[in-house]
Each structure stands twice: as C-alpha cells, then as structure tokens.
Design a binder for this molecule. Structure first.
Ligand code: ADP
Ligand code: MG
Length: 287
C-alpha cells in the first residue's frame, strides 16, 4: 500500500442462487487498498471479480463480512465516494461528448454552466479536445471509453473502480489506453481498483496486483509492484515478474476451465509456449 487504507474489504463472502443451484462466488476475501493506489485484480472468468467491485461500489451486498470506505461501512451506491467504469462505456447516444462527461454532475444537481465547465476542462486530459460536440457514434472505441472514464473522473470521487475497461478494444488501442490511463492516474492520484485479464496492463500500471483463485474466489497471492512508472516491460525484473504472475494465473485458469487442477497440471510455462498437457498424455519431449 502507498498510503492509509481507503478501502477495507473484511472477510466478505457471497453466494448467488441460480436455476442450477447456488453459486459460491466469493469466499472470505479480505483486502486493504491504500489512498492513491492503483490496485489490479486478476483472476479467471467467473471468480467473482465483478462481484467484488460491485460490493465496493455498494451495488452488491455481501452475505458475510463488510466493506469500509474511509472507515465507514458501505450500505449502497455513493457516487461521492465511488465511480465505476465498465467494459461497455454505456454512453447516451443522444448526448454529445461534453454532455456525456457531465452526466454524473447533472445527477448531483450541479448547475448547467458549472458542469459544462468541469466537463470541458477534462477534454484536454482525455485527448478529446476537438470532440466536445461529437456524438458517441462519431467516436472510435477508445474515444468512447475515454468519455466513460471522463464521466467517472468528472464527479471527482476519490475511488474509481474499473471493470475490464479496455476489454473490448483492440490490442494496440489497449496499449495506448493503458499509457493514457497511467498518465491520468499519476496526475490525479485517484485510488483505482482495476480488473483486467491482461498481464501487461497489470504489470505496467499497478502498484499492486491481487491474484484471485478460481471460484469460489479467494485471494491467492499479492504482488507488490513498487517499480516506478513508466516501466520497461523488457527489463529482467519485469520479465521475471511476468513469468511469476503467469504461473499463478495459469494455475487458476486451468482450475476454472475444468474444475480440477493441482496435481494434474504441467509445470507452468510462458503463454507463448506449448498448450497444457496432462500427466499420462503422450509427450514427444519426454525423456
Ligand atoms: P468475474 O467478474 O470474475 O468473471 P463475477 O463476479 O461476474 O465473476 O461472477 C462470479 C460468479 O457469480 C459467476 O459464476 C457468476 O455467474 C455468478 N453471479 C454473479 N452475479 C450473479 C447474479 N446476480 N446472479 C446469479 N449469479 C451471479
Ligand atoms: Mg467480471
């Protein structure tokens, strides 16, 4: 952590009732996020990442445990404390860029002039200076997502939750968006809790990476990343961290894929290497 705990997740559990029986989404998750941190959560699909973010945002209630923000229990959504950005930017097609960015301020009852001014001031940092009056359909995917992030930043909540915000973008756009987000975060020092499947994003952006287990989601490991930004992903240190992180994620992703794991798994290898093999399966390279 880089500062005092702003978010405290304390022993939360959550089950969902579904048509095919109960789903145990989260099991005894505890986590502190410091003021100004960029904390990334990574883990297999369905391990409860969105559920955890939903709890921090007050949209999902835990069955057990509690969440505190600045020492106060979360009892429901509070945009003054937490803003959330999802994979789908969720913009209003009939509103311009500036009107979309100003939306949260409008909900807070900020008058028209003041909210326009605040939204306009964000256009530069968002890289949208020439797009104030454009409509979402006139923007690229990366631009739309920057508008969504702008809408979250406009309300100046101390915490921004990002649930796979770049998940729908192509790889090049994603890399650039990561650099852009890093720049914004370094300027605003907003506390970010970021969910991604990208090892690159996790390692390039975060001050700490939390790896979650396959469902029921628990915290598997915590990787502190004190390295200064911007980071060279080719440095031996980052290459070694990437291999370590991949080893942990691979193990959990295999579990999530077939509901088994541990002893059946081949030793971990980087993503570029051969696909998984099972013990007993033919191995051309076996001695
Ligand atoms: P992740 O974001 O890591 O992919 P989620 O938090 O979305 O995982 O979901 C965790 C598990 O809980 C999944 O099996 C999902 O289907 C289930 N789940 C999440 N929300 C609900 C809900 N509202 N009703 C029923 N099941 C849900
Ligand atoms: Mg999710």
């Amino acid at each position: 952590m880089t500062g005092p705990a702003l978010i405290e997740v304390d022993g939360v559990r959550r089950r969902f009732q579904t048509a095919s029986g109960p789903v145990h989404a989260l099991d005894d998750v505890s986590l502190s996020v410091g003021d100004g941190e960029f904390c990334t959560i990574i883990g297999p699909s369905g391990c409860g990442k969105s559920t955890l973010l939903g709890m921090i945002g007050g949209l999902v209630m835990p069955d057990a445990g509690r969440i505190l923000i600045a020492g106060k229990p979360v009892t429901g959504p509070d945009p003054r404390a937490v803003a959330t950005v999802f994979q789908d930017p969720g913009l209003f097609p009939w509103r311009t860029v500036v009107e979309n960015i100003a939306f949260g301020l409008e909900l807070q009852g900020v008058d028209r002039r003041a909210r326009r001014q605040a939204a306009t001031a964000l256009l530069g940092p968002l890289g949208l200076r020439d797009f104030a009056g454009k409509y979402p359909r006139e923007l690229s995917g990366g631009m739309r997502q920057r508008v969504a992030i702008g809408r979250a930043l406009a309300i100046e909540s101390p915490i921004v939750l990002m649930d796979e915000p770049f998940g729908a973008l192509d790889e090049q756009t994603r890399l650039l968006m990561g650099e852009w987000l890093l720049d914004i975060w370094r300027r605003t020092r907003t506390t970010v809790v970021f969910v991604t499947h990208s090892l690159h994003e996790a390692l390039a952006l975060s001050t700490r990476v939390i790896v979650m287990t396959a469902r029921p989601g628990r915290i598997k490991s915590v990787l502190p990343l004190p390295q200064p930004h911007p980071r060279s992903m080719e440095s031996p240190e980052l290459v070694a961290l990437r291999a370590k992180l991949w080893g942990e994620i691979r193990e959990e992703s295999l579990r999530a894929m077939d509901g088994m794991g541990g002893p059946e798994m081949a030793p971990h290898s980087p993503p570029s290497q051969a696909p998984r093999r099972r013990r007993g399966a033919a191995r051309r390279d076996a001695p």
